[in-house]
Each structure stands twice: as structure tokens, then as C-alpha cells.
Write a protein that binds this ligand. Structure first.
Ligand SMILES: [Fe+2]
Ligand SMILES: [Fe+2]
Length: 181
């Protein structure tokens, strides 16, 4: 194991400099502005996901709608938590969380969807989850050990998006053949 070489006096001295940066110290290894930008894109993605799941929850109809709608509602609440965690982190990093509705869908990786067919809704949600999974996987790899806290947030989000995708796949499989097409 490599030795921990940093001089404690040096760490203390550096910590006193630039205290207006809060938790960001000279040990921060990532490109701060780019990290804030990437977090804002993920925030937009999560907000669009909240809206899509809510839309699907309120408009799901048919004899199979009830358990599916319950899943939509649960996912909407979890996407909202994801958005909140990202917004909090952006502020910690000294950035501004972008909640501007005018530019939301353009900044989001995943898309909004207003299908009225239950199976279409599930498929669109599954696609959106797969987009989030692919982009969060890349973000985790990109951050590496240069910003461990932000990486950990994306790792948590990634694990939950994988659960969401698995839930949706399960729903599709449980719907009768005729419904699935
Ligand atoms: Fe999410
Ligand atoms: Fe999700």
C-alpha cells in the first residue's frame, strides 16, 4: 500500500485558504464546472422521468392497470429523490441546480412520453431507464476517484435505475401475450 505522504501542517494550512469554497478543497481532482454540468443534465433527466411516470400513473387504464400504476407511482417518487440528491450535490459543489422548465427536455437524456396504451407506457419507461443506466454507468467511470462523493451518488442512482428497469421488464412479462403485442 502506498504511504500517506501529505503533511498534516500542509493540509491544515490549505484548509484555511479559500474557505468560501466550502467542501471543495485543493484535493478535489475533477473538473468542477464539468461535474456540475453533468449533474445538471442528470437532474434534468430525473425531472423528466418524474413527469413521465406521473403522467403514466394518472392515465394508466385497463384491467391490468392497477399494479402497473402502483409501480409508476413508486418510480416517480424515487426519481424525485434522485433529483433532490443531485440538486443538493450541485449546490455543495458551488453550482446552481437548473430547474428551468423551458429547457428541461432538451437537457434531459431520457425522453418524456404521453402514450395512452399501457404496454407502450411500460416500454417507454423501460427505454428511459436503459438510457439512464447507460449514461450513469459512463458518469461513474468518468468520475473514477476524482470526486468520490458525486460518484457514490451516481452509483446509488444507477443501482435503483437497474431495479426500475428490472421491475418494468417483469411487468411486461406478466402482461398477457395479447396485451404485449
Ligand atoms: Fe432516477
Ligand atoms: Fe428510474
Amino acid at each position: 500500500m502506498a504511504e500517506f505522504l501529505t503533511d498534516i501542517k500542509e493540509i491544515r494550512a490549505r484548509a484555511r485558504q479559500e474557505i468560501d469554497k466550502g467542501p471543495i478543497t485543493s484535493a478535489y481532482g475533477a473538473d468542477l464546472q464539468r461535474v456540475v454540468q453533468v449533474c445538471n443534465e442528470a437532474l434534468a433527466t430525473e425531472l423528466v422521468c418524474v413527469l413521465r411516470y406521473k403522467r403514466h400513473y394518472y392515465t394508466a387504464t385497463g384491467i391490468y392497470a392497477e399494479p402497473v400504476a402502483a409501480e409508476f407511482l413508486e418510480h416517480a417518487a424515487e426519481e424525485q429523490e434522485h433529483a433532490d440528491r443531485l440538486a443538493r450535490r450541485i449546490v455543495q459543489l458551488g453550482g446552481e441546480p437548473d430547474f428551468n422548465p423551458d429547457t428541461l427536455t432538451a437537457r434531459s437524456h431520457a425522453e418524456y412520453d404521453s402514450s395512452l396504451d399501457l404496454v407502450e407506457m411500460i416500454k417507454e419507461d423501460l427505454v428511459a431507464e436503459r438510457i439512464a443506466i447507460a449514461s450513469y454507468t459512463e458518469i461513474v467511470q468518468w468520475l473514477g476517484d476524482r470526486d468520490v462523493t458525486t460518484r457514490r451518488i451516481f452509483e446509488d442512482l444507477l443501482a435503483q435505475e437497474e431495479e426500475h428497469a428490472d421491475d418494468l421488464k417483469g411487468l411486461l412479462e406478466r402482461l398477457p401475450e395479447a396485451q404485449r403485442r
